[in-house]
Design a binder for this molecule. Sequence first.
Ligand SMILES: Cc1cc2nc3c(=O)[nH]c(=O)nc-3n(C[C@H](O)[C@H](O)[C@H](O)COP(=O)(O)OP(=O)(O)OC[C@H]3O[C@@H](n4cnc5c(N)ncnc54)[C@H](O)[C@@H]3O)c2cc1C
Length: 355
Amino acid sequence: MQTWDVIIVGGGIVGLSLSIALHKRGAKILLVERGEPGREASHAAAGMLADCTLETPSTLQPLATASARMYPEFVHELQDESGLDVDLRSQGTIVFPPGEHIHERPGFALNSLLPTPLAELEPGLADPTRPAIYLKERSVDPRALVAAALKAAKHREVDISSGTTVTEILQADGRVTGVRTDKTAYNAPVVVNCAGAWAGSLPPHSFPTRPVKGQMLSVVGAPHDVLRHVIRSPEVYLVPRSDGRIVIGATVEEAGYDKRTDADTIQRMHQAALRMIPALRQARLLEAWAGLRPGTPDDLPILGPTSAPGYFVATGHFRDGILLAPITAHVMAQLVTGLKPEYDISAFSPARFVK
Ligand SMILES: Cc1cc2nc3c(=O)[nH]c(=O)nc-3n(C[C@H](O)[C@H](O)[C@H](O)COP(=O)(O)OP(=O)(O)OC[C@H]3O[C@@H](n4cnc5c(N)ncnc54)[C@H](O)[C@@H]3O)c2cc1C
């Protein structure tokens, strides 16, 4: 019977990145994906690599910073191996914070001085006098990123079983032996659960992950150069793509596994974007969609070994899974291959939820 060194459950950006990182370390990998790889949260994301936000929990900051630093090399490799462009943009981010937060975090003002007046940075803004912070953050097109990661994984001969749902993690004598699926069973001494918002419900172990819905829209056909930077405001955020699309988002909703969009909600975000950049009136609505972020009770990812030898979890990346994919792949590949992870991930251990 065929066996693998590692089975990865879930072909989002986390599972795909980990499959490549483990393959580089010589492991034979099978990735099992319920639908098509990269069509869930990783397809829905805006693609901000937001490592400097006030919302980032301080425990997560070292991983966020490290991952943002890894991005150029991560993207370079994926582009090289796939031949696809993932639209990594380095123009930076303009943040309109709620007034009282501007100097909230010590040192935050360091890279917050605007390099040039707001009206020059972003001439399309309706109000160029609004207090703003400039951050040297990048963005990426997550759909292009997952397409490149999938192609790179295939190029490396990672085995991929699409349209296959893992129904159970198999164990014998307390150790992991593989996975049962809706069609068959696969064998491996190591299994990594990267099933995103669904990761918590794979028997026999459970984790408190939950879906956190995000609705978004995109527009196309705005005047050239109408938006150069990512813009984040309390009302809405805008993320430009190099092909002229502008992504506008996003809601944060507790709505179970419901991925329907609501016309009024989409309209409200669209109007907020038009108030900020009036020239977007010339653009047309291209698409509206919703995705399910993998949330956890403490808003921190779940990374590490479980109580069952051979069974690991890498999920719960909530609003930052695109940003955190390179560092997650890096530390999880170290852990799974028996090395001490380069970063302390003990705060993200699945054990914190075991009473
Ligand atoms: C609207 C929105 C905007 C976002 N914006 C950003 C952003 O700007 N920047 C950022 O960093 N992050 C952002 N995120 C968050 C980011 O998208 C997620 O954190 C990230 O995509 C999680 O990746 P993942 O691989 O864990 O999950 P997913 O991409 O959801 O992948 C999990 C995969 O597991 C598969 N699966 C589930 N159960 C099973 C099973 N039993 N058997 C086999 N396969 C299974 C699913 O089909 C899915 O393909 C956003 C998310 C949303 C929804």
